[in-house]
Structure formats: structure tokens, C-alpha cells
Design a protein around this ligand. Sequence first.
Ligand SMILES: Cc1cc2nc3c(=O)[nH]c(=O)nc-3n(C[C@H](O)[C@H](O)[C@H](O)COP(=O)(O)O)c2cc1C
Length: 179
Amino acid sequence: MKNVLIVSSSLRGGSNSEILAFEAEKGAIDAGNNVEFLSLKGKDIKFCIGCLACQKTGKCVQKDDMAEMIAKVQNADVLIFATPIYYYEMSGQLKTFLDRCNPLYGQDNKFKDVYLITSSYDDAKNASDIAANGLGGWIACFEQSRLAGVLAGGGLNEPKDATANEDLLQKAYELGKNV
Ligand SMILES: Cc1cc2nc3c(=O)[nH]c(=O)nc-3n(C[C@H](O)[C@H](O)[C@H](O)COP(=O)(O)O)c2cc1C
């Protein structure tokens, strides 16, 4: 049994990436894991100001919802990040979340396998490559971790488009099942 943390970063109702993330959650639960689903909707997350105080104290100087969420990242064996594709990158809110995890840099973290779920209008094979690369940069800074899989949800634009895409729903479920 693994501790699986799913971080869903889209802020809109009927989010496609979130729908896929919910399927991954089902798969991970069915496989007997301990799963927590975290949506960034409504969360107070300030930008990283780059002071690097966290590298000395292990804590961020900012007072918002990140401290609680960083503790969840710290407790996870597996991370699944879900994001809409914005200008061929991950969402700004996910990038800010990753930046704000800087108190974990250089710490004894246990998360190993990191997955990415995306949704984009573009269904080209490479529509998520830049976002995956960006996440790869974060992962590279945590030696124990690796990018274990990417589910690129192409051809999804309007809210809830993902509900009609059986293939992607199944792939998301399988991703969760096999973490
Ligand atoms: C600011 C913005 C930028 C976007 N940029 C892209 C893009 O570069 N390529 C693309 O295929 N879709 C782009 N889209 C469309 C979204 O990726 C698409 O609607 C996706 O399904 C949204 O995911 P969500 O429902 O999880 O929020 C963009 C949408 C917004 C709002």
C-alpha cells in the first residue's frame, strides 16, 4: 500500500484534467492504496519570493495554505499532478505550487514515482511535452524521484469533454491502478 497524493490544479468547474485525475484516484483506490485528492481550487497560494529562507529553516516565510499542502507532499510515496495545458506549459498555479515546495529541497523526501496528467485542446502527440519537461526539471532536483508516466489528454477543450472520452478515462484509471 502506498500513500498517493493527487494534486489537481485546474480552477474551472467541469475540469477535464480533474475528471481524468478522479479516474486515476479510482484506480489507485481499487489497487488498495491510501489516496488523497487535493484540488488547488480556492487555495491561498502566494508566489515564491525566492528569499531562500526555507533552505535554512525548512519553512516558508509566507503564511498561506502551502504549509499544510507541503506536509502532504512530504507524506506521499507517489505524486500525481493534473494540469490543463496553458500555452503548451503546465498551469501557472501548478508551477507556483511546485516552486513553493522549495522547503522540501535537500530534505529526506520519500516520494519516488511522479505522474503527470494533462488536458489540452490540441491532440497532437507532443502537446504535453513542454509541460512534462517542466515537471521533469522539478523532479531532477529531487534525486529519489522520477517521472514515472504521463497521460496526455488531447482533444479536450470545453468543460467535461473528458466524460465522453472512454479511452482517456480508461487510461487514467489504469495509471492510478498501476502506481
Ligand atoms: C490560458 C489558456 C491557454 C491555453 N493554451 C492552450 C494551448 O497552448 N494548447 C492547447 O491545446 N490548449 C490550450 N488551452 C485549452 C485548455 O488546455 C483546454 O481547454 C483544457 O481542456 C483545459 O483543462 P481543464 O478543463 O482541466 O481546465 C488553453 C486554455 C487557456 C484558458
